[in-house]
Design a protein around this ligand. Structure first.
Ligand code: MLT
Length: 277
């Protein structure tokens, strides 16, 4: 028989016990709803909530790669037009060569952009020391949706253990002890791949922190990750978006996004700019 879902949890209102509250949004559209629920569960307004954004295929894998290769800062933009405008003003300030404009629309390159959304594009030679203005269909919208949270990190398989460790450190010192895991999903809906990463992070936090109270969506994410193929690249290859990327000839990106813990970079967004630590 399976273990009960909340074997390691206590109720948040248990007197004298400071549990960690973990909520999960399956897409950027759900973020306001989950923030409201966290407020009800913990009385924590967005300004007190720690957040972890996931878009493993491919935005947060690309962010991990670019930051790991010495990018001077990623500027996520919620639309290609906003990205063009911001790139123009950063170029006027820092020079043309100091700024790259990257991203995708429905996984395809955007006209006039310097790069797409392949983590393999942002090598040391290309991105080292330069700024990246970045727009993606779901990932950067999610970053926009969580922008009022107190601390915002991004995670992928590339850096999952480093991010979980950093979240545990942050949450141990944070009095509200509330975490929102924001999966980007697709077009406002659920995706398997982001949910599996979310569940893996929850599982790591359970070992690192101990008593955790899970929202129903977090309990679901944990169960889905336990049932998923333990070969991350295979899971990515077989999920719906992975199959679509394969039809576009992007199979190598999927293998890249499936590699686990190859960097200890922890990207953090502050005042709209992602830096790595
Ligand atoms: C997104 O933000 O929707 C993606 O990262 C899509 C992709 O390019 O694979």
């Amino acid at each position: 028989m399976n273990e009960p879902l909340r074997a390691n949890t206590l109720r948040a209102d248990t007197p004298g016990v400071e549990t960690l509250w973990v909520d999960t949004a399956f897409s950027y559209v759900e973020v306001p709803l989950r923030l409201r629920d966290t407020k009800t569960a913990r009385g924590a307004a967005p300004g007190n909530i720690t957040c972890c954004v996931i878009d493993v295929l491919r935005a947060t894998s690309t962010i991990a790669a670019a930051m790991g290769n010495g990018c001077a800062g990623i500027y996520p933009c919620a639309s290609p037009d906003a990205a063009r405008e911001l790139a123009a003003s950063l170029r006027a300030e820092h020079g043309n060569d100091a700024v790259l404009l990257g991203g995708e629309k429905d996984a395809k390159p955007i006209e006039g952009f310097d790069g797409g959304n392949s983590p393999r594009e942002y090598t040391k030679e290309r991105i080292g020391g330069r700024r990246l203005v970045f727009s993606s269909t779901n990932g950067t919208r999610t970053l926009d949706a969580v922008k009022d949270c107190r601390a915002i990190f991004t995670a992928a398989f590339a850096n999952i253990t480093a991010v979980a460790n950093r979240l545990a450190d942050e949450l141990k010192k944070e009095p509200s002890r509330a975490l929102l895991i924001a999966c980007s999903g697709r077009q406002g809906g659920y995706t398997e791949e982001d949910t599996v990463v979310a569940g893996d992070i929850i599982s790591k936090l359970t070992s690192l922190i101990g008593e955790i109270e899970l929202s129903d969506t977090s309990a679901a994410a944990l169960e889905i990750s336990k049932a998923a193929d333990s070969d991350s690249a295979a899971m990515l290859r077989n999920c719906r978006w992975g199959r679509y990327l394969t039809t576009l000839g992007l199979g190598e990106d999927i293998e890249f996004c499936g590699k686990t813990d190859w960097t200890i970079i922890v990207p953090e967004m502050k005042d709209g700019v992602i830096q790595g630590a």
